[in-house]
Design a protein around this ligand. Structure first.
Ligand SMILES: Cc1cc2nc3c(=O)[nH]c(=O)nc-3n(C[C@H](O)[C@H](O)[C@H](O)COP(=O)(O)OP(=O)(O)OC[C@H]3O[C@@H](n4cnc5c(N)ncnc54)[C@H](O)[C@@H]3O)c2cc1C
Length: 232
């Protein structure tokens, strides 16, 4: 489906991430974890970028994507947009989806790779699914954690959801992991990891490094779904 949408709401998530909400057109069906293509006019030409939906299909009135503000041209055009401005959207696309088809899963997310994961967590929480989810979310510092409040709230209302943060440049007061997602974090936080499917999303280097880690832990490729946020 392709449509022109007008921005309904803009939500500043962190110092360098903003969410953009659009009315959900009738008939726009998608699965948690999918992405859309967003076209904007950048310096006189139409530029199209893939962006994961950070909304959940359980949210009937709007769809949302969340963009890391990179200071580069496409990002700057978005950053300067206002409520009522329009963008051409097409989709949905992508196969890294989850609608409760596995009993237990692990979501490994790096940076803005949280966007499809929050869609999955929100969907499972809203739909009261029995699926057990452990989300391990890696970032640099506390103020880089996009959706921290939303994730913490979801964890409190959904007994089947555990969220583990890990920061590579945490402040001194941070109580939690202080390294990239590692074999030891997975073993300690997800003792039954051998019985789970894995979902990975983040920048390409992060996804490749996670694949290597899982391979060294003898997790078969068939147990892994991934989305690489290429284009940085
Ligand atoms: C399936 C999928 C889902 C994705 N989901 C998300 C998401 O949910 N959120 C998100 O933020 N991103 C997501 N991405 C990445 C996104 O599509 C963009 O590629 C990325 O955010 C970079 O956007 P930008 O605004 O910096 O783009 P651009 O402005 O096009 O810049 C991209 C890169 O081009 C180079 N560049 C461009 N112009 C200049 C210049 N003038 N000077 C120097 N270098 C320049 C830089 O290296 C820059 O990093 C996703 C990607 C994929 C494939």
């Amino acid at each position: 489906m392709k449509f022109e949408g007008q921005i309904l709401e803009i939500i500043k998530r962190t110092h360098d991430a903003k969410s953009f909400r659009f009315p959900r057109p009738e008939g726009f069906d998608y699965k948690p974890g999918q992405y859309i293509l967003v076209s904007l006019t950048v310096e006189g030409s139409v530029v199209t970028k893939p962006l994961s939906l950070s909304s959940s299909p359980s949210e009937k009135d709007h769809i949302e994507f969340t963009k890391k503000l990179t200071g580069h041209p496409f990002s700057n055009v978005l950053d300067n947009m206002n409520i009522g401005d329009s963008a051409v959207i097409s989709g949905p696309f992508g196969k890294m989806t989850f609608e409760g088809e596995h009993e237990k899963i692990v979501l490994l997310s790096g940076g803005i790779g949280i966007t499809p994961m929050i869609s999955i967590c929100k969907y499972c929480t809203d739909m009261h699914l029995d699926a057990n989810i452990v989300l391990i979310y890696s970032n640099r510092a506390e103020n880089d954690l996009v959706f921290r409040k939303e994730l913490d709230e979801m964890m409190h209302s959904n007994n089947n959801l555990k969220i583990v943060y890990t920061l590579t440049r945490a402040s001194e007061s941070w109580i939690g992991h202080r390294e990239r997602i590692s074999e030891s974090i997975i073993i300690n936080e997800v003792p039954d990891y051998r019985r789970r499917r894995f979902y990975i999303c983040g920048p390409p280097e992060m996804v490749h490094s996670m694949e290597e880690t899982l391979a060294s832990m003898n997790i078969q490729k068939e147990m892994i779904k991934k989305e690489l946020l290429t284009g940085y």
